[in-house]
Design a protein around this ligand. Structure first.
Ligand code: PAD
Ligand code: ZN
Length: 387
């Protein structure tokens, strides 16, 4: 059955609205223990939306939780980079209706909290990361398996045929969006492209360095290129990423493991003065420090995108903090998600952003383990699971 088929979708909505749905979902019973199970998904409560998923990307942040690198409650359903069709809505939901194409938002936009009300803030206080409860805002879960409560993750849990998400974490998107690919505009694209274009505001003619050439790092490359950067240096220990990176505009590729000096010294030598913009898209304190050390002392901007493990600390040379460089972190590109993500979809449909190169693999959901094997072997940029 094709989910793009509106008639089938309508039938499905009529059959299931208001009922508990039994469907397949991936459950992480503990760290490093993932299996596909039959789960029960409750109907949405007030302010919630139940979504029939069509696709979900595998992001390093899912892997981060699955490895137990941040505290979460298990068992949980992972996944946050999702696209789907609204199956039913709870009381009071106005921004979407059954049949709408939507993206899930790992950072919601409640439009009421201090972050949402501030012109520059996007780290909504109603998110469920840092810290994570794994529960909906009313303190309960919508998933059970074999009679046991299953926790949500990122407030999205997209590795499930059906999920329940708060209305504030759903973006209605253009009807023309291809539902087997568009999921990457739920996380990788806003995160990376936005880090360059919206957060760092990369300038024409500038020099940039990007640490980590995965889905997020390559979306940063796309943002740097679109902003007119003249030189884009890509750093990764996996040289299989280099051809993809070059195709998107990386001018110089460096593998730190093959260098005789620390990568930041090599970047300094290559540029003479340091880079205008440095990005870290790996999630390790040592590469964050290296990115900072690549920046021009007086006007370089270092943007941290990678998610470091719990309790890790950054250590910087304190004497060189006063020189004028900027260090900043950014989540989801700094975008106010419900306002901006639908526009990114429209920009893609108008050929202003190309998401094609980020999606190297698409696999049916039941091949989840193969998808993770490919990801861990460094063979994928984004592998998209299809439901
Ligand atoms: P990915 O695993 O696809 O890519 C990471 C890349 O880094 C891979 O190509 C690795 O080979 C490379 N790498 C690993 N270790 C090193 C090293 N020591 N030196 C150089 N290269 C290395 O991940 P991703 O692109 O999905 O995500 C990247 C990070 O961004 C990750 O930490 C993730 O949790 C974070 C993230 N942040 C946000 C946000 O909003 N800030 C959103 C989504 C993802
Ligand atoms: Zn993500």
């Amino acid at each position: 059955m094709s989910l793009q088929d509106t008639k089938e979708t309508r039938k499905l909505i009529m059959d299931t609205a208001g009922k508990i749905i039994t469907c397949r979902a991936a459950i992480a019973w503990a760290a490093n223990s993932l299996s596909i199970e039959k789960v029960q998904v409750e109907p949405p409560k007030a302010g919630e939306v139940r979504i029939k998923m069509t696709s979900s990307g595998i992001c390093s942040s899912d892997d981060h939780l699955l490895k137990g690198l941040s505290p979460v409650n298990f068992p949980l359903i992972p996944g946050h980079e999702g696209a789907g069709i609204v199956e039913s809505i709870g009381k009071g939901v106005r921004s979407v209706k059954p049949g709408d194409k939507v993206l899930t938002l790992p950072i919601p936009q409640c439009r009421e909290c201090s972050s949402c009300l501030h012109p520059k803030g996007n780290f909504c206080e109603k998110r469920d990361i840092l810290p994570s409860s794994g529960l909906m805002l009313d303190g309960t879960s919508r998933f059970t398996c074999k009679g046991e409560k299953i926790y949500h993750s990122f407030g999205t849990s997209t590795f499930s045929e059906y999920t329940v998400v708060h209305e504030i974490a759903v973006a209605k998107i253009d009807d023309a969006a291809p539902m087997d690919k568009i999921c990457v505009i739920s996380c990788a694209v806003p995160t990376g492209y936005g880090a360059a274009v919206h957060s760092a505001k990369v300038t024409p003619g500038s020099t940039c360095v990007i640490f980590g050439l995965g889905g997020v790092g390559l979306a940063i490359v796309m943002g740097c290129k679109a902003s007119g950067a003249a030189r884009i240096i890509g750093v990764d220990i996996n040289e299989e990423k280099f051809p993809w990176a070059r195709a998107l505009g990386v001018t110089d590729c460096l593998n730190p493991q093959n260098l005789k000096k620390p990568v930041q010294e090599v970047v300094m030598e290559m540029t003479g003065v340091g880079v205008d913009f440095a990005f870290e898209a790996i999630g390790l304190p040592e590469t964050m420090t290296a990115a900072w050390d690549c920046c021009h002392l007086s006007y370089g901007v270092c943007v941290i995108v990678g998610w470091a493990p719990q309790n890790s600390q950054l250590s910087l040379d304190a004497t060189k903090v006063i020189t004028g460089r900027t260090l900043k972190g950014v989540a989801l590109g700094g975008y106010k998600t419900r306002d901006c993500v639908p526009q990114l979809v429209t920009d893609y449909l108008r050929n202003k952003i190309n998401i094609g190169p980020l999606i190297t693999h698409q696999l049916p959901f039941e091949q989840l383990h193969k998808a993770f094997e490919l990801y861990h072997a460094g063979k994928t940029i984004r592998c998209v699971l299809l439901f």
